[in-house]
Design a protein. Sequence first.
Length: 400
Amino acid sequence: MQVANQVAARERRETPRPHRDGVAPGENTDLPEARPLERRRLQCYLALILGDIAALFAGYCASGYLYLGRAGLSQGLELAQLVLPLFLTVGLYNGAYSIGALRTAQHGVRRALSALALSAATVLFISFYSKSSQDTSRVIYTLGLIAALIGVVWVRAQMRSLVRWRCGETVVNELLIEDGGPMVEQDGVMRISAAEYGLRPALDDPAALNRIGQLLCSIDRVIVSCVPERRRDWAMILKGANISGEVIDDAVAELEAHGAGIWGGHGWLRVSVGPLDLRDRVLKRLFDLAVALGALVVLAPLMLLVALAILFEDGSPVLFVQRRVGRGNQFFDMLKFRSMRAECSDGEGALSTRQEDQRITRVGRLIRRTSIDELPQLFNVLTGEMSNGAGRYLLSPVVL
C-alpha cells in the first residue's frame, strides 16, 4: 500500500499541470498583442464627417460667391445648411461612414456621392412643392451641388493616408487560431498556434477562458481552425467574447452552402438559391433571344455551307442529337452538326472521342477544332432549353 502511494505521488509530480493563469509548463506565456483599432476607426469616421461637411459648405459657398458675390455667399450658406442634415442622415445609413468606406476609397466615395445626390434631390423636391424655391438661385444650387460632389471625392482621396496611418491597410484586426484544423491561407490575418500559446477551449476552466479573453480583447474578427470535436467549445467561447467569430467547417465547402441557420433545433445549410426573380428572368430571356436570333441571321450562310459539306461527304443526317440533362435536371435534346460517320455516331456517349478517332470525318475534324459543330445549339437557346453563357451540360447516363 505504501509503495502504491509513492508511485501515485511520483506520477502527480511528473504530470504537467496548468499554471494559475491557464498555461502549462513549456508553453509560451507571452500572448501576441494587437494594436486596438476601435478608437482609431472612430477618429477616422469623425475625420470623414468633418471633411465631407467642409466640402459641402465650400462647394455651395464658393459657387454662390462666384455667381452673385456676397449675396450669393449668404444664399450658398443657407443651401448648405439645408442639405447637410439630410446628407449626414443618409450617409450614416447607407455606409458612407462604415468599415467598408475605410477599407476602400471607391466604396466610401460611391456611398457619399449617392447620399449627397439624394439629399440635394430631396431638398429640391420639398422646396418645389412648398413653393419656397422662387427665392433660390437655381444656378447656385446646381453649381454648388457639382462643386460639393467634386469636393467630397477630393476629400475622400486625401483621407486615405490618414486611414492607413491610423488603422493600417486592413482597418480591422483579424486573428486565425490554429487548433488542429485544416490549414487556411488568408492575407492580412494574424496567425497563432493554440498549442504553442496554451489556448484551450475549456469551458470549465476560468483561467483558460481568461487567457483567451486577454488574447481577443483587441481583435475584431476571429477565425478558428480546429478539429470537429472542439468546434462546439470554440463556438461557445466566441459567443461569450462578444466578437465576430467563425469556425471552419469543410462540410460547408463540400456542399457549396450559401448560408446557414437553425430551425426546429437542427442546423440547416442553404445549398441552393433558387431561380432568378421574375424581372431578371425576363431580361435574361430577352437577352438570349436577341443574341440567338442575331447570331442565326449572321451565321446562316456558314451553317448552310457546313450542312452541305456534311451531306456531300457522308450523307444525311446533318445534325447529331444527343440527350443531355439541363435545367431542373430534366432531359432535353441538344443539337450539333454531325462530325462522325453516321454509322458510328454515339448518341449515348458510351465511348469518349480520342485524339485520332477514326470515326470523325474530315469535315468533322474542322468543325470540331473551330467549335462550329456547336452552332445548332442556337436553336436550343431559342426554345429555352439552353442559355447564352451557360456552361456545358452533363451527358445523361440514361438514354431514353
